[in-house]
Design a protein around this ligand. Structure first.
Ligand code: GTP
Length: 383
């Protein structure tokens, strides 16, 4: 079996892997399907080239065209992966057309085999070189920003080296005659295919690792986020509070905490349905989030209950801030939702010698229940 066919098999397997990933990962589908197209086109290109190359003949026109289109798809895929859509669009199409045009036209009109070979392989080599090197230059910054220097270097290096090889081979096509070039190509066949096997492995595994890294950090973030409101969920809120607590313990900088509970929320669900209840919760979360100060943390504590951690705030300052929140929410709800919506808030401040954040939460909770018992729509501070 010619070595090009083995390389084609490897590329086809990468292509199937990316295609499968594209089916399952809807968010990354655009980039993944481009990489699947890249690997499958490269595989087809390698297979088409296998027999003629084994016999010392030039690769057929379709093989060159598929190879160029494959690299274009790979580049576009990286661009989509780095969310840099606009960067490459402008020059990718003209460059592809400029590369493919002489290859296709000479296959149709140039009779002399030696001349045809030059007219096909020279633009192929230069086109590939320019395409890969300019995409490396454009993608270096966004990729480094998103994935770090080492990862960007690892995944762009194969493209850079393949691009440089393309340019060098373009120069050789211009300078050498077809017979000399044919002999050289035949002699360099095996190392060239081996190099492309390594380059495609680095490329594919490099992006696989980047993809995994992105997925893992997304999963980590979503495990700490409340699905409905987008606020930190209870676990993340507890962690945030623990950090504020530790800072207070170290610096005695003060820490106040508020538990904010929507009044009569059940009746919203009962009257307008659960979906409307969800909308109201999102509204409350957004409004509160937009009004808190930098350094404060708001999280969803439970159903219609939110926890606000206010590091550095005295009890009086926290009470005042919470009263403003309560009043602004009431007004905003009347304007936006068209119906009255109020909250009851319990506020507590860390006491000297208090043992844990849980004790603070318990006192804020009791204050919040007093606010409910005293008629709702008010702020009560823990004694
Ligand atoms: N739509 C919606 N409802 C929720 C969600 N989480 C909890 N709830 C509902 O919130 C309601 C809370 O009701 P209660 O604990 O009785 O409190 P309330 O009606 O707000 O009354 P008070 O707190 O006493 O003012 C329950 O009916 C829950 O089903 C949610 O994510 N979405």
């Amino acid at each position: 079996m010619p070595i090009e066919a083995i390389a084609g098999l490897q590329l086809a397997l990468y292509g199937l892997g990316w295609a499968l990933a594209a089916v399952y990962l809807a968010e990354e589908r655009a980039a993944l399907s481009h990489w699947a197209a890249y690997a499958l086109m490269q595989a087809a290109s390698a297979w088409l080239a296998a027999e003629p190359m084994a016999q010392g003949l030039r690769p057929p026109m379709a093989s060159l065209v598929l190879s160029v289109l494959g690299f274009v798809a790979a580049t576009r895929g990286i661009d989509l992966f780095t969310r840099g859509r606009a960067t490459l669009d402008r020059w990718l199409l003209p460059l592809t057309v400029l590369t493919l045009l002489p290859i296709v036209l000479s296959a149709l009109w140039v009779e002399d085999p030696a001349l045809r070979r030059r007219w096909q392989e020279t633009p192929y080599a230069f086109g590939l070189g320019v395409l890969l090197l300019s995409s490396v230059a454009l993608l270096w910054r966004p990729l480094r920003r998103r994935a770090g220097t080492l990862a960007a270097l690892a995944v762009l290096l194969p493209s850079a080296l393949t691009g440089l090889t393309g340019l060098a081979s373009g120069v050789m096509h211009l300078m050498l005659g077809a017979p000399a070039l044919g002999q050289m190509q035949q002699a360099a066949r095996v190392p060239q295919v081996l190099a492309s096997l390594v380059a495609s492995a680095v490329f594919n595994f490099g992006y696989l690792f980047l993809l995994l890294g992105r997925l893992i950090s997304q999963w980590r973030a979503s495990a700490r986020q409340d699905h409905l409101t987008g606020l930190p969920n209870r676990r993340a809120t507890e962690d945030g509070l623990a950090v504020d607590w530790a800072r207070h313990q170290r610096q005695m900088s003060g820490l106040s905490l508020a538990l904010i509970d929507v009044d009569h929320f059940k009746s919203i669900n009962d009257r307008h349905g659960h979906a409307r209840g969800d909308e109201v919760l999102v509204f409350v979360a957004r409004h509160l989030q937009s009004r808190i100060r930098v350094g404060e943390t708001l999280g969803r504590w439970g159903g219609e209950e939110f926890l606000l951690s206010m590091p550095g705030s005295s009890l009086a300052a926290a009470q005042l801030a919470c009263d403003r929140l309560r009043e602004s929410l009431r007004q905003a709800a009347q304007q936006t939702l068209g119906e009255p919506l109020t909250v009851s808030i319990g506020v507590a401040q860390v006491l000297p010698g208090e043992a844990s954040p849980q004790a603070l939460i318990d006192r804020a909770d009791r204050a919040m229940y007093r606010a409910k018992a005293e008629g709702r729509d008010r702020v009560v501070v823990a004694g």
